[in-house]
Design a protein around this ligand. Structure first.
Ligand code: SIN
Length: 230
């Protein structure tokens, strides 16, 4: 029989991707910190948020570190800690938030539970359990959206040209890069940061060439005008 206390139990959720800067509804506490034993990679195809079924974008998933070590990854270093944000959902809202998350994370993600470590500076001012057992959505290697190791430059190019119902794929990457830097000391992620740097560089190059392109078009159209005026 279900007791009232079971129904009312709060939920802790760990976000390592869009959940860092696009929080779930109804949380009453957001806590910066990290998990261990995983590596974050842009190796999950997105058909529903940052791409479409015809042209999937790329979003992050967590790879079990022991599995990642068997793979050949151009980004061959990965921090022992994966930083993100944990959210506390009060008991009365848990069912609604679970439903919301199951829809938001439907594209290949499965549920796992993992110990979450509160950042030292936050722990100093809050009385929280250590570690906190958190629910986390992970795109496992056997899910159909898992794309595996990617060439970093091709991946950046793919991200720059992808978009979906939630917006530009590059904005997901830039949002993640920015929000990671705000979490605490040592929270940056080299994989994410390198991809963001490559995307900015690709965008810079294409805006240079569109300026050159519009200059050429302007010169071209003046020439054409001059020709008709002669
Ligand atoms: C997460 O943020 O924790 C899951 C991946 C995503 O939705 O970006």
């Amino acid at each position: 029989m279900t007791k009232a206390s079971d129904v009312e139990q709060e939920l802790w959720l760990f976000g390592y991707g869009s959940l860092i800067w696009k929080p779930p509804p109804h949380f009453d506490l957001r806590v910066p910190g990290y998990v261990e034993g995983y590596v974050r990679r842009f190796w999950q195809a997105s058909e529903d948020h940052r791409g479409t079924p015809e042209a999937p974008g790329r979003v992050v998933t967590l790879i079990d570190r022991a599995h990642w070590e068997t793979l050949v990854d151009e980004h061959s270093d990965a921090s022992a800690t994966t930083w993100g944000a944990a959210y506390r959902i009060p008991g009365p809202h848990v069912a609604e938030v679970r439903e919301y998350l199951d829809i938001r994370e439907i594209n290949g993600y499965s549920i796992q539970y993992t110990p979450f470590h509160v950042s030292r500076s936050f722990a100093a001012s809050h009385n929280l359990p250590a570690p906190i057992n958190c629910l986390v959505y992970v795109g496992l290697p056997d899910n159909p959206q898992f794309v595996g190791p990617q060439d970093a430059q091709l991946l950046a190019e793919h991200i720059v040209r992808s978009r979906g119902p939630s917006g530009e794929n590059k904005d997901y990457l830039y949002g993640l890069d920015r929000s990671l830097l705000e979490l605490g000391e040592g929270s940056e992620d080299e994989h994410v940061h390198d991809l963001a740097r490559r995307c900015r560089e690709i965008e810079g190059r294409s805006s240079d060439s569109s300026v050159i392109g519009s200059e050429l078009r302007r010169v071209g159209s003046t020439d054409e005008q001059e020709e008709t005026e002669k």
